[in-house]
Design a protein. Sequence first.
Length: 358
Amino acid sequence: MRQADKNIAVLSGDGIGPEVINEAIKILNVISEKTDIRFNFDNAFIGASAIDKFDNPFPDPTKDICNNSDAILFGAIGDPKYDNNPKAKIRPEDGLLEMRKYLGLYANVRPIKVYESLINSSPLKSSILDKTDFVVFRELTGGIYFGEKGFDNKTNSAFDTCRYTKDEIERISHLAFKEAEKRRNQLTLVDKANVLETSRLWRDIVQKISYEYKNVDVQYLFVDNAAMKIITNPSDFDVILTENMFGDIITDEASVITGSLGMLPSASIGDKISLFEPIHGSYPQAAGKNIANPMAMILSASMMLDLSFGLKTYSEIIDKSVSDALDNGVVTEDINKDKNYSTTYVGDWISERVKKLL
Ligand code: IPM
Ligand code: MN
């Protein structure tokens, strides 16, 4: 039987976004050619490129294309011309935050995986990194990012509010517990319950939910302590669950210990539609040079096949092909300064490998 067509919104964004997304599409097209699955791609603007064209980092045509899609592939956003300018009226990042809220992308899932062949690029000793394999579930549409905020000219003061509702905490917690059940049955809630009221609410709710997942062992860790343990004992973690701001910080920390920022994919899960993007940013210095590492984007497309379309077999084929590329030294300059290949070459190599394995 023919699989239904899958409509994919392609939000390439800024910097190296378009280049790495092209490589992911290349691989999805190979799967299309060799199977009865069809992917339809619809391009839309977001971030700085959308501000240039529409004066809006998340314009209406982009909203429409996202709403009509089954999943979203996202490259990167950000442009140096908006950085370090506190007076900028519109920022590319506003588009990202609005999109998360608009599409209800409430759970950001970031797997932290260590590749054998990259272990020596890590800032950590390989003995510490050994067996590290965890995943962070970061709440993405609540907390201090989206609470009431303001600036008062008279008193020269500013405020940001952190607020969480029971429902917001529950829905991501269930996802995280379910994932723990599929993995090593261990969940760590990262919070600051010794200081923050919202953290105490998280603890209370997570503790109640834990009775529904009898096999999962739950631990509670203050975020400052968690920040240390990610460096000193990263292999102790299985599933980390945390709120928006803490998640932002510890996922950046966690991503660098693998020694390969260019390798890490992520998923932002929504009620209806989910979005898949690499963890790395727009890397403007590399834009247009055909040197960016496409692997995190390709692995994000792989997560899409698994999580949005239930095509785990194909997702595993992509993951294997990426590992094979690494093992064969087919890598970009971020991974090997002395012997490296272009973005397009690495993408071609991986797509040939996928073709063989299909
Ligand atoms: C991320 C980014 C964003 C965030 C920025 C660009 C608004 O750092 O996706 O982690 O803070 O969430
Ligand atoms: Mn971040």
